[in-house]
Design a protein around this ligand. Structure first.
Ligand code: UDP
Ligand code: MG
Length: 320
């Protein structure tokens, strides 16, 4: 294979209903974006338990440009994308979801925008179709919260639908963190970044693979990975708690000397509840960070790759 001008990285988890259609629309747009055909489409099977791997295997037999990265188990979207990024050989790399929520037809637009000299062109959603009000409002709230917390700020209403230069991809591949929040990592890398606004379509078929618990985990990874403000929050809360405690002491002393003393157990109960809540919360925050240090200290490989099929032939097993 000669030079690869564009790599596509698409994570797939139980997407048997959408992959064929996704592949069809994606390869058309790739040809529009790179008419010479010097592109590769990397599909990462994130431990699917349906027929996704078989469908992908068939694609590799019929199309040399399909690269199939088969992970040992489900690692989640962010790690699946990371495993794909490690295999990408292109001068530019496009991250895209396999469920057709990110329209592949925008590829030529992304490429043109990057020609203006940008390092990153990120898709910014101006609308989201076919998602629940809960998903939309929790996402909107979260993006705004995150962009205030993190430094440098992460642009609001962006997902991982984006085009990156080789330089940015290599930088990403050099970042060893196991709890990955790719859009935050890209913001951290910096360079010349610009949005490309688009309307987020609804899923072509199937259901969201981002369960509530996966969303919450991503949110925690984002906050703890990109901000130490929660650590300071713990200190601020303990200061506030001290102030409350001091004024309670003053109140008890004054009422003891000048009024009817308040019945002891009520205030005691309240104080105990309030303080144990605060303490538990702070311990919880510490736990979030310590847990991540623990995982990172183990220095495990991010994922384990069972097989890579490129240009129709299977290459090594290995870690990424
Ligand atoms: N995905 C994955 N591993 C997971 C969950 C999701 O590789 O554990 C993939 C999924 O197949 C899709 C993309 O990540 O291509 C985005 O997931 P999904 O559409 O379910 O999330 P949503 O768009 O609802 O946030
Ligand atoms: Mg989706």
């Amino acid at each position: 294979m000669g030079t690869v001008k564009l790599s596509i990285v698409a994570p797939c988890y139980n997407e048997e209903e959408v992959i064929s259609e996704f592949y069809r629309r994606l390869s058309d747009s790739c040809l529009d974006a790179v008419p010479s055909g010097e592109f590769e489409m990397i599909f990462v099977n994130d431990g699917s338990i349906d027929s996704t791997p078989q469908i992908l295997l068939d694609l590799t037999r019929n199309d040399e440009r399909v690269v199939f990265v088969d992970l040992f188990r489900n690692h989640g979207h962010q790690l699946a994308v990371s495993a794909g990024l490690m295999q990408a050989q292109g001068d530019r790399v496009m991250l895209i979801d396999a469920d057709l929520q990110d329209p592949p037809e925008l590829l030529p637009d992304f490429m043109r925008k990057m020609n203006e000299g940008f390092d990153v062109v990120y898709g910014q959603r101006i609308s989201r179709e076919g998602e629940t009000t809960f998903k939309r409002s929790s996402a909107a709230l979260f993006y705004r919260f995150m962009s205030r917390l993190s430094s440098p700020p992460i642009p609001v209403d962006t997902g991982d639908f984006r085009l990156l230069t080789r330089e940015v991809v290599e930088q990403l591949n050099r970042m060893p963190e196991s709890h990955r929040f790719i859009r935050g990592m890209v913001a951290w890398i910096g360079g010349r970044q610009t949005p490309l606004q688009y309307e987020r379509a609804s899923r072509f078929a199937g259901e969201t693979k981002y369960t509530l618990s996966k969303m919450v985990r991503l949110a925690f990874d984002a906050i703890t990975g990109f901000s130490d403000a929660p650590l300071r929050l713990a200190i601020m809360m303990s200061v506030a708690a001290t102030v409350v405690a001091l004024s309670m002491i003053v109140y008890v002393i004054i009422s003891f000397f000048f009024f009817e003393p308040a019945p002891g157990w009520t205030s005691l109960g309240i104080i105990m509840l309030v303080f144990s809540a605060v303490q538990l919360f702070c311990i919880g925050i510490l736990g979030e960070y310590v847990g991540r240090i623990f995982v990172q200290a183990k220095q495990r490989p991010l994922t384990h790759v069972r097989a890579i099929i490129r240009g129709g032939t299977q290459s090594k097993h290995g870690d990424t």
